[in-house]
Design a binder for this molecule. Sequence first.
Ligand code: RET
Length: 271
Amino acid sequence: MASLPASVLTTPGAEASQQEIFEYVFSDFLLASSFVSNIALAGFTILAIVYLGRNLTDPRAKLIAISTLMISVVSISSYTGLTSGLTISFIEMPAGHAAAGEEVLTMWGRYLTWTFSTPFILIALGLIAGSNWTKIGTSVAFTIAMCVTGLAAALTTSSLTMRWWWFVLSSIFFLVIVYIILVDWSTEAEQTGTSDLFNTLKILTVVGWFGYPILWFLGVEGVAVLDVALTSWGYSILDIITKYIVTMLIMFYVIKEPAEICGGPDYGLSK
Ligand code: RET
């Protein structure tokens, strides 16, 4: 990789204080706007869910609505962490990496918080498909494994091979989730009678989710052909599709409380 964009070989360095990182973020309009725009969108989505869901009565419909709410609750916190510099570090890339020996900006907070947001996306999708808790739980466990190993890939500085090995592990876990969505839940949604909505959500989710490893590969964590701000906007745009658009589609369906997704007043009682 002969020439890297200036923002890949960034300035503050590994010893940078949180305040220096915060100031660095706001010195780059593209980077700062990729965070702040998502704080605003997550906030609007939370308000929209609360407003749209105010008359829900069925406990199972409410559970789906609460799952979508939690996606944006995690998101607004995640982007606040990134904006404040709390969950961003400069780390030195290992030998062989495109930016070897340089300290590059890593938005590790993204990988960390996906651990908490993606389970709620999968719970909502699994409930809409009418799946059982074993499959929903399996998808949740694998998304946690995928995000934590993705975080490990980004933070490993000892060896380039180990970075890519984490990436491979994370990708294998990802394929388990793709299989559950495309094979199990697609069939179940047909039986449940929710396949119209589910098919749209499935395409947005599977296509959108594939964008994340592609961006990781092309961004500074991987082969570094995209600079930090572009990579960040890439993730922010994917987040808009996989979180807020998916959420709004779900909410407009759920507020009608169709029989296909309702569980009746006794659903989930603990006694
Ligand atoms: C990483 C890198 C390692 C390989 C793979 C990845 C996949 C990430 C995905 C993230 C989805 C995030 C969403 C967030 C919404 O809040 C960790 C980038 C496979 C699929 C939907």
